[in-house]
Design a protein around this ligand. Structure first.
Ligand code: GTQ
Ligand code: FE2
Length: 331
């Protein structure tokens, strides 16, 4: 490589495309990985013992994909990170905002933990899905009696890629006008508001009971599965940019129709038990287990208990918006 030509190229900040060995990474996705609740739960207790909110403003454990050890990547999946946050009674986390789009799925708590999103207080009950869209002010407090645990998902890797990651500490200020949750509580009826021009849902909380009610009445697909999407009630589209969320209730009798995509997905078992195949791997899961469905793999799911439900978060809508999405179903 140290001939004249290569030396001249190096000095001129030039390289030869024909000397590169790889044509791109598609098809080189990492293997699926599961973080089991049986492993996570004692670590959450240990995190409480190891910290107080003086030395950890946010008591957050980051799920690190073992396949990323040697790569310049962090977190659970290509375009999304997933963390577990613990807030104990009496604790709080100060207001801030960031360009990262964040969501929460509540795993444990007595409703005493409250997150305030752009001035709207949102109590966190197990099974709730909450939005903290980019640049919304948010802070947490806990006036209840028991440990609160929730999943945080953020589109941090995308912001790292675009170098658009911006963080601002509170106090909150210049909060844009909000639409009360009550004005969004009836499906098919939406307030007409000239004020709302945000690219995300004005509704920040989607309770599990509402999801279950809709799932129950949703016609099953041919494979026996039922699926709902968490949407912006004003547009019918994804609830916010960056991460698109669903709840899947696989059938018990049959596997879901095999699906493959260049989008990535992460699942949290919200209730019940089941088994998923991801490429060559078979993963059995139960409540609060968290696992990845990396791009490129053929994927199926099956319930092994009647109440099995998978909360799913995906970068699919990001890929769709920029016309990068490729996906297919098996016959
Ligand atoms: O609760 O605001 O897991 O800003 C990572 C970044 C949680 C939060 C995380 C955050 C938060
Ligand atoms: Fe935050």
């Amino acid at each position: 490589m140290s001939d004249q030509f290569h030396g001249d190229m190096e000095a001129a900040h030039i390289s030869a495309l024909w000397e590169r060995t790889s044509h791109g990474g598609e098809g080189l996705a990492e293997a699926a990985h599961i973080w089991r609740w049986d492993t996570l739960n004692p670590l959450l207790d240990a995190a409480v013992d190891a910290t107080n909110m003086d030395n950890a403003e946010r008591r957050v454990l980051v799920l690190e994909n073992p396949a990323y050890d040697d790569l310049h990547r962090r977190g659970i999946g290509l375009n999304m990170v997933v963390n577990l946050q613990i807030l104990m009674p009496g604790e709080s986390a100060r207001p801030h905002r960031h360009t990262l789009n964040a969501l929460r799925f509540i795993i444990e708590g007595d409703g005493g933990a409250v997150t305030t999103v752009d001035g709207k207080p949102v109590p966190m009950m197990p099974g709730d899905f909450l939005l903290t869209p980019g640049m919304c002010w948010h802070e947490h407090s806990h006036s209840g009696e028991t440990r609160a645990v929730w999943l945080d998902a953020l589109d941090a890797p995308l912001h790292q890629h675009f170098d658009t990651n911006l963080f601002e500490a509170g106090p909150s200020n210049n909060i844009p006008p909000q639409i009360p949750e009550g004005a969004l509580a009836s499906p098919g009826i939406t307030p007409v508001s000239a004020e709302w021009n945000q690219p995300y849902s004005p509704m920040y909380k989607y309770p599990l009971a509402n999801v279950e009610a809709v799932l129950k009445e949703t016609p099953a697909a041919k494979d026996g599965s039922r699926r709902i999407r968490y949407t912006n009630p004003l547009t019918g589209g994804a609830a916010m940019p960056g991460i698109d969320c669903y709840m899947l209730a696989p059938g018990q009798g049959a596997e879901t129709r095999a699906y493959r995509s260049n989008a990535n997905m992460v699942c949290l078992a919200a209730t019940g038990e089941g088994v998923s195949t991801i490429g060559d791997e078979t993963i059995t899961w139960k409540k609060n287990d968290i696992f990845t469905l990396p791009r490129g793999n053929w994927i199926t799911h099956k319930a092994t208990s009647g109440d099995a439900k998978l909360f799913q978060l995906t970068d699919r809508d990001v890929l769709a918006q920029i016309h990068y999405l490729r996906e297919e179903f098996a016959d």
